[in-house]
Design a protein around this ligand. Structure first.
Ligand code: DX5
Ligand code: ZN
Length: 219
């Protein structure tokens, strides 16, 4: 089994010094930088736009994993890619033509991810499998950090893992929301290969990031 990727969500960082925070998690052993983009329309919160992603780009060599919670999403893909997004993940509900959106992300040279909200069934994956690099299972309803992990979603992770393994699909299976040292290993056991964590990584400030990541991994 490959080591799961740790993707700290900078939503839980100190926004008054985002560049330093991104540098700190890079040095603390993060694998990807998870950037939550919210528009106050698709989700009830407003966060980061392409200009902020661009400003953060020089602060880390790690892949920028951009979780787009905006509708419509298509008009902004190019700007986020140009700003430095390496992975762009979209919700099926954020546009009328998911297949076209995923194709566009790959055409722009980024990896394409689809995000399933807690209530979104996995059946919608059936006809987009060839156009996917990543599947993100939301273990909270998107919009805010610091929410509680929804245990039911473990069954969804298992079901997607079974689906991927059946056809030998290499997609990364990522989990986002309420991840902590208690549920981390349940997600991995269910088949996840990348874990997003905001609160669990950023609590206690920069001096704690490396040990918080180790605690999550159970090291
Ligand atoms: C929720 C975001 C998550 C969130 C994770 O809408 O997509 O990435 O920031 O934060 P925690 O780990 O605190 O739930
Ligand atoms: Zn996220």
């Amino acid at each position: 089994m490959t080591t799961p990727l740790i993707c700290p969500s900078i939503l839980a960082s100190d926004f008054s010094k985002l560049g330093e925070e991104v540098r700190a998690i890079t040095e603390a052993g993060a694998d990807w930088v998870h950037i939550d983009v919210m528009d106050g329309h698709f989700v009830p919160n407003i966060t980061i736009g392409p200009d902020v992603v661009k400003a953060l780009r020089p602060h880390s060599h790690l892949p920028f994993d951009v979780h787009l919670m905006i509708a419509p999403v298509d008009p902004y893909l190019e700007a986020f890619r140009a700003a430095g997004a390496d992975i762009m993940s979209v919700h099926p509900e954020s546009g009328a033509h998911l297949h076209r959106t995923l194709r566009q992300i790959r055409t722009l040279g980024a990896k394409a991810g689809v995000v399933l909200n807690p209530a979104t069934p996995i059946e919608g994956l059936e006809w987009i499998m060839d156009d996917l690099d990543l599947i993100l299972v939301m273990s909270v309803n998107p919009g805010f950090g610091g929410q509680s992990f929804i245990d039911d979603q473990l069954r969804k992770i298992e079901a997607i893992r079974a689906k991927l393994d059946r056809v030998g699909h290499p997609a990364i299976l990522q989990v986002d929301g309420g991840v902590n040292d208690k549920n981390y290993h349940k997600c991995i056991a269910a088949g996840a290969t990348a874990m997003v964590a905001g609160t669990a990584v950023f609590k206690g400030g920069p001096s704690m990031y490396a040990s918080n990541i180790k605690t999550l991994k159970g090291l």
